[in-house]
Design a protein around this ligand. Structure first.
Ligand code: RP5
Length: 167
């Protein structure tokens, strides 16, 4: 049993540049998470072993980040009933369209909640995982409320600056 509520799996260490956007948000919220590299194609047994044992290990939500023919989210979802969030990584010559479709187009019965390609998707994967945890955690719910308020404040401030400029 680990302390991590959220587990992040990435298909390669080369995905870390995008995945770090996800980790930044989780750090900001102070929620315990773990990160590992495991590939649906290169280390399929490690992926299956992780997914089968995740629930027993105290994990509540899994985030799977992969590029190219991205089967990571789907393979994990096939081995667990925990919610799986997919981040399509733009690491191939197809700029992530391949990963987006491979992650999103799951057959009925085995869902993977698929985020946007790249950094925005990584950030949203963290926020979506936190929203799931917030269903049973008032502290995270309140922090998510503050996150939205702060975001709104920043947009209003930027607008005020723009209004003062002449074009
Ligand atoms: C995917 O292939 C990984 O998730 C990564 O996005 C991509 C390229 O991996 P490397 O060849 O850089 O290890 O499985």
């Amino acid at each position: 049993m680990s302390d991590s509520l959220i587990a992040i799996v990435m298909g390669s260490d080369s995905d870390i540049g995008v995945v770090s956007e996800c980790l930044k948000v989780l750090k900001e919220f102070g929620v315990a998470y773990s990160v590992r590299v495991a590939s649906a194609h290169r280390t399929p047994d490690l992926v299956a072993d992780f997914a089968v044992n995740a629930e027993e290990n105290g994990i509540k939500v899994i985030i799977a980040a992969a590029g190219a023919a991205a089967h990571l989210g789907g393979i994990i979802a096939a081995h667990t009933k925990l919610p799986v969030i997919g981040i399509p990584i733009d690491s191939s010559p197809l700029s992530g369209m391949d990963a987006l479709l491979s992650t999103a187009q799951m057959p009925g019965g085995v869902p993977v909640a698929t985020m946007a390609i790249g950094k925005a998707g990584a950030k949203n994967a963290a926020l979506f995982a936190l929203a799931i945890l917030a269903l049973c955690d008032e502290k995270i719910r309140a922090r998510l409320g503050k996150y939205r308020k702060d975001m709104k404040k920043r947009v209003i401030q930027k607008n005020e600056k723009i209004q003062k400029m002449s074009f």
